[in-house]
Design a protein around this ligand. Structure first.
Ligand code: G4P
Length: 538
């Protein structure tokens, strides 16, 4: 074997994303996790990075103007012998299709929920993508130091909104902001909460066994009785901890804690790392599963970050390693050009800076210099060609009719729009029956419209006019019982086609989608579409 270390390197890797709604505490939790790994020294660095990561990148003015991130990246650190890759899923105004695509590169997800808010909108969207991939989802209920909802109610919320059963691994003690600590069902130990930041490692956390005669006194008789009652209820009526169900994404292990106080974070991390799996085989078309410890190197591109420098059209392509060993300067087969390319200047992502990478293993994320050849979903590999299934197109949620201000610039306009849709920044649609030529841009996050306008201007010299359209949903028509014009649809629903001419329906609300289904038996709609078709038609 050429790389005897490969098996061990695979076994110690964990690659995951944190999915949450803005303000649930993702930045805080990420920072604490990095602290455990010693990847950053001071608390606050991730936050500073969140606010100021663009002080260092002047390639897109829009980022600076808004002080937010338009792109996402990955972070890597070591902890207890594990090598952990956290994929950053942008969640504020910078929510975009990239956020969804990033999840395609993750082996599992941590679903972070604010205990006072329960399951929120953005979490639902991201959860759906994880569900599509059947990856394990671990729930962390955050902000337990504050008044929040009853934990049983949160379990119900997760089940009714997301349709997944949960299995608490630990359980909070205390009510209405009087948080006493956490009971770990596996060890029967209670960690007592004393407020304040528990720092790196929970060395100073006092523990007591529930079986200790002094326990009721420690946490208060009332809380003790309530805990015993709650646990009985969970044991009798709750779902059993079932590893198969967890790994196939049918059951979510549930943890409680407080990220700011660094309480419950370490117990969560330890169990998460034990329960989740190292990278698993990925299925290649016509070949079947490729094991991560296969000697053959394979990887795929899941994100393309455009134009670091507007003077050049170079881009950064993010690749997830799936099998074998990646080595700097290696020559690989590239699926969409069907040719061999040399991978120079690879970068890896540490907590703070991009570092040059010499070798990488399955589960790792690498940034590749892209002179404009890579496309989303491309497979790269050594040896005989294999192809992983592509990254789907996810349904955009904001739509604008766009056109060049100066009709003489139509050619540049089309070139720019084409380029941006190839990168995956936007999708385009048109309504064939509208009687005039139109271009509809669709994006997942509304900020992408500003990105489109800015980039067309700065890179292609085209000013555009934008007219917001009222649609919020697009669905690809997979099967229809009759020609689309004959379907019974609400008056606000539009018939359109995507960039490669596939029929779609555009809706203003979910109610119209539901009616379309109810009123047209045999109509099958999809929230995602195959990207390969779109690119193959270029
Ligand atoms: P995000 O990345 O998911 O958007 O959330 P972020 O970590 O920025 O946290 C959002 C707010 O929630 C922050 O408060 C943060 O301090 C707070 N927070 C995070 N975890 C906890 C927790 O366990 N308990 C409590 N009580 N608060 C928590 P902020 O006021 O917006 O910012 P700051 O003043 O703390 O900087």
């Amino acid at each position: 074997m050429e790389h005897p270390e490969l098996k061990t390197e695979v076994a110690r890797r964990r690659t995951f994303a944190i999915i949450s709604h803005p303000d649930a505490g993702k930045t805080t939790l990420t920072e604490k996790l990095l602290l455990y790994g010693g990847a950053i020294r001071q608390a606050g660095s991730v936050k500073a990075r969140k606010a100021a990561r663009h002080a260092t990148s002047d390639w897109m003015e829009i980022e600076k103007q808004r002080g937010i991130s338009v792109t996402s990246s990955a972070m890597q650190f070591d902890y207890n012998g594990f090598r952990i890759n956290i994929l950053d899923t942008p969640g504020h105004q910078d929510f975009s299709e990239d956020t969804y695509r990033t999840l395609v590169a993750a082996d599992s997800a941590v679903m972070l929920i604010d205990n006072a808010k329960g399951v929120e909108e953005q979490t639902i969207k991201l959860f759906k993508v994880c569900r599509l991939r059947s990856i394990p989802i671990f729930t962390f209920i955050n902000k337990m130091d504050r008044t929040g909802r009853d934990p049983f109610e949160l379990m119900e919320d997760i089940e009714s909104v997301l349709g997944i059963r949960s299995c608490p691994v630990n359980w909070p003690i205390g009510i209405h902001g009087d948080f006493k600590g956490l009971y770990h069902r596996d060890t029967r130990l209670i960690e007592l909460y004393s407020g304040g930041d528990h720092g790196q490692g929970q060395v100073n956390v006092e523990t007591v066994s529930i079986d200790d005669p002094g326990c009721p006194q420690k946490i208060g008789q009332g809380y003790y009785d309530k805990l015993v009652e709650d646990i009985e209820l969970l044991d009798v009526a709750g779902d059993a901890f079932d590893m198969d169900k967890i790994l196939s994404g049918q059951l979510t292990p549930m943890f409680f804690g407080s990220a700011t106080n660094n309480f419950g974070v370490e117990p969560f991390l330890n169990r998460f790392l034990t329960y989740t799996k190292s990278p698993t085989p990925r299925v290649a078309e016509g070949v079947g599963p490729v094991a991560p410890d296969d000697d053959k190197f394979t990887g795929f591109i899941f994100k393309i970050q455009a134009n670091m420098n507007p003077a050049h059209r170079d881009r950064l392509a993010f690749m997830r390693v799936c099998s074998g060993v990646f080595e700097k300067g290696m020559t690989v087969w590239h699926s969409s050009s069907n040719s061999r390319v040399k991978l120079a200047q690879p970068q890896t992502f540490m907590a703070q800076e991009h570092e040059s990478v010499e070798t990488a293993y399955p589960g790792d994320i690498i940034g590749l210099f892209d002179p404009g050849i890579f496309r989303l979903g491309d497979t790269l590999c050594t040896g005989s060609p294999v192809r992983y299934s592509g990254i789907p197109l996810f349904a955009p949620e904001f739509f604008c009719r766009v056109s060049p201000e100066d009709s003489m610039k139509r050619k540049q306009f089309l070139k720019g729009v084409n380029q941006l849709s190839q990168e995956g920044a936007i999708q385009t649609f048109k309504r064939p029956n509208i009687g005039r030529e139109e271009m509809i841009a669709g994006v997942v996050g509304v900020l992408q419209m500003d990105v489109l306008e800015y980039r067309l201007k700065s890179e292609y010299g085209v000013n555009i006019t934008r007219e917001n359209l009222p649609f919020r949903f697009v669905r690809w028509v997979v099967e229809t019982p009759k020609p689309l014009e004959k379907l019974r649809l609400t008056s606000t629903t539009a018939i359109a086609e995507d960039r490669v001419g596939r029929p779609v329906l555009m809706f203003e609300n979910e109610w119209s989608i539901r009616l379309a289904g109810e009123n047209n038996e045999g109509l099958v709609l999809a929230e995602t579409a195959d990207r390969m078709t779109a690119d193959e038609m270029d």
